[in-house]
Design a binder for this molecule. Structure first.
Ligand code: GAP
Length: 464
């Protein structure tokens, strides 16, 4: 019998589970950790890969009008001039003169109800900050003595190819994953049968020199983005934009996120390339509603800029009408780390089984890192172990499957509950007689006897 515990789940509990169960580790942990960097552990990488596989299936494999891409991270430096990142991709920064703590001025102003437009010049934001800085206390020392605001560029520079050590134009790490899609628009039109309107999807890494990485996987300096860019005829953007927004929202719900924890939010301030922008937000424990995915109407900005800076005409010629135009772009861009945090937060449940509290990750079957765990009832009975190994070997390779013979059965169930394993299979003495095993369901904790011959069919994805 399960009692739902209604106590408020805190993000601390989820972070602790992520570390305890090998989902996520602090980057460079043994060297004291590195801010804004995280490593995905054994179960974390399984969950992450499952999210990516489901996203890819949704946005490429089941679509006739989308194709996939995997472009190089390093790009000709002019790409970032064309995209506007070398000049416009910055955060307004100020430093506490007393303790040197840095703040993002726009975020701090927002907290006291003042809006700093993304397109504001450094002088304009300094003027705004001067008028209000007496109301902004340093989060560390509480003083209000601030340096003038400086625009801090978020691109991460590398020394790739700079063999002389001279100050050549740096090669940047990607500030956003989508640029590779624009660079390959012409290649894809020329080499495939895709015709506008069509989309290109890509999962790629992005790097940003965030001033204050925070909230675990939410704001990092290295992260992955799952992007689609949908190319449409100019001004034929509205209907497709609404469809894409809805498709993206529906996907999260189909993947098991509770609808009441999701909402749309339109941007008040548009980034330099967008003419309309909406976020899908998730109601994170402790943090509240915040962005997990951006859906942007980027007009013809990207292909026009790359046409101008590369000298290669990226306009599209309609094969039926002969009409030539620069397509407009509708973008969806979701951080994989934020998706990961969303799925794990929504699945995290504390309930009571009998007299015991348990933590269980109610992940959908498709996302669960391990689909089934096989246990011998006792590990010191060779005949039970041999039979369980037979069952394990039968499932291994067909489903992601784990073997566990350590500790009492109750403890083994709890361990699998905490990593979200939908089914546990126990081989006991009766199995040796009747060739049947006990299958225990993660969510209901109900157990049923199933013949080994029917075991795979019982726990396979189509039956989930
Ligand atoms: N190409 C458009 C673009 O990059 P964005 O709103 O800056 O737009 C898209 O980023 C998504 O990438 C966000 O919705 C978020 O999920 C993720 N993201 C952005 N910055 C991030 C950071 N510092 N750490 C983790 N994820 C981030």
């Amino acid at each position: 019998m399960i009692d739902k515990n209604t106590s408020n789940i805190q993000m601390e509990s989820i972070i602790s589970l992520c570390k305890r169960r090998g989902f996520v580790y602090q980057g460079s942990d043994i060297y004291g950790g590195m801010a804004g960097m995280y490593d995905f552990g054994p179960y974390g990488v399984e969950l992450l890969n499952n999210i990516k596989a489901q996203w890819w299936k949704e946005n490429v494999q089941t679509r006739e009008d989308y194709v996939g891409l995997d472009s190089a991270m390093f790009k000709e430096p002019k790409v970032w001039d064309a995209s506007g990142h070398t000049s416009g991709f910055s955060d307004p920064l100020s430093e506490c003169k007393v303790c040197n703590t840095r703040i993002r001025v726009d975020k701090e102003l927002a907290k006291i109800g003042i809006t700093a437009d993304e397109k504001m010049s450094e002088a304009a934001i300094n003027e705004l900050f001067d008028a209000h800085k007496a109301d902004i206390k340093c989060p560390k020392c509480g003083k209000t003595d601030w340096t003038p605001v400086k625009a801090f560029n978020l691109l991460v520079k590398t020394n790739m190819g700079n063999f002389t050590g001279l100050d050549e134009q740096p090669v940047y790490l990607p500030g956003e994953a989508c640029q590779g899609i624009y660079l390959n628009f012409k290649n894809i039109v020329d080499t495939t049968r895709m015709k506008v309107p069509f989309g290109i999807a890509q999962i790629g890494k992005a790097f940003r020199n965030e001033i204050s990485p925070r909230n675990f996987l939410f704001r990092c300096r290295e992260f992955e983005q799952a992007d689609t860019q949908y190319f449409v005829k100019p001004h034929e953007n509205k209907e497709a934009y609404e469809r894409i927004k809805q498709e993206r929202m529906d996907w999260y719900v189909r993947m098991g996120i509770k609808p009441e924890n999701l909402r749309f939010k339109q941007h008040d301030n548009l980034v330099f390339y967008a003419s309309d922008a909406w976020d899908i937000e998730y109601n994170f424990p402790s943090y509240g509603f915040d962005e997990i995915e951006g859906i942007h109407d980027r007009t013809d900005y990207d292909l026009s800029q790359h046409t101008k800076f590369s000298g290669v005409d990226l306009s599209y010629k309609d094969p039926y009408t002969g009409e030539k135009y620069i397509p407009w772009v509708l973008e969806t861009s979701a951080g994989l780390g934020r998706m990961f945090l969303t799925f794990i937060s929504d699945a995290y449940t504390e309930d009571k089984v009998g007299d015991d509290m348990r933590t269980v990750l109610k992940l959908s079957y498709d996302l669960a890192p391990i689909k089934v765990a096989v246990f011998p009832l006792l590990k010191n009975k060779p005949e039970l172990v041999a039979k369980s190994r037979e069952v394990y070997e039968m499932l291994k390779g067909r489903l992601n499957c784990e073997w566990d013979d350590n500790g009492n059965i109750g403890k083994r169930y709890r361990r699998q509950d905490e990593i979200g394993t939908p089914y546990c299979v126990v081989v006991d003495f009766e199995t040796l007689e009747d060739n049947m095993v006990t299958v225990r369901d993660r969510d209901t904790t109900e157990q049923k006897r199933v013949s080994i011959d029917e075991l795979f069919a019982t726990i396979a994805p189509t039956n989930a």
